[in-house]
Design a protein around this ligand. Structure first.
Ligand SMILES: [Zn+2]
Length: 182
């Protein structure tokens, strides 16, 4: 489904950059599918922020939303060897990294470093189980919403509202996650 149609049905469209830059040289054999010109090792922090800003502008034209969340490409947070987390902070309400864990204390959580679960080839029951685990004491509501939205989407694709929620951490949409390593 096209992003504009998804947004019209109430789905949040997250920023996932334009060219999906990721680190190419990583443990476990690297990522050969990352084209050298889009390897984060050769990006600069300003270049990455410019790309994210351009993606925000594009998404604004699609869904009219001015509050945006980010899914770090491949969960990578550096460009040219330097963190771009703080440079990107003014552009986003929150951003998710990978790590497949539930935050121990949401009050101590940096909203630009929200852990998330990479949902791939899992059943609805597994997602529901993750939600139940995530809503335990001190757990991260973002992890909860990530899984709950996915679980809801699997059974009921339409959501009735299209409201932006700047006061909540809605970071769970897997926009653009079409490649195996996110
Ligand atoms: Zn991705």
């Amino acid at each position: 489904m096209l992003p504009r149609a998804l947004a019209a049905r109430g789905h949040e469209i997250g920023n996932h950059a334009i060219f999906h830059p990721c680190l190419r040289n990583v443990p476990q054999g690297g990522r050969d599918w990352v084209r050298p010109e889009y390897a984060l090792e050769s990006y600069t922090v300003p270049q990455m922020v410019d790309e994210l800003q351009a993606a925000n502008t594009t998404l604004l034209a699609l869904d009219g939303e001015t509050v945006r969340t980010l899914g770090y490409n491949c969960g990578d947070t550096t460009a040219g060897g330097h963190s771009y987390v703080d440079a990107a902070r003014p552009l986003f309400l929150a951003a998710r990294i990978g790590e497949d864990r539930i935050a121990a204390d949401v009050r101590a959580l940096d909203p630009m470093l929200v852990p998330s679960w990479m949902v791939q080839n899992v059943s609805g029951d597994e997602m529901i189980a993750f939600v139940k685990k995530a809503v335990g004491p001190g757990a991260s509501p973002s992890s909860c919403s990530t899984a709950s939205v996915a679980a809801t989407a699997s059974t009921s694709p339409a959501r009735p509202t299209n409201s932006s929620s700047p006061g909540s951490l809605r970071t769970g949409r897997r926009s653009g996650r079409t490649r195996s390593s996110g």
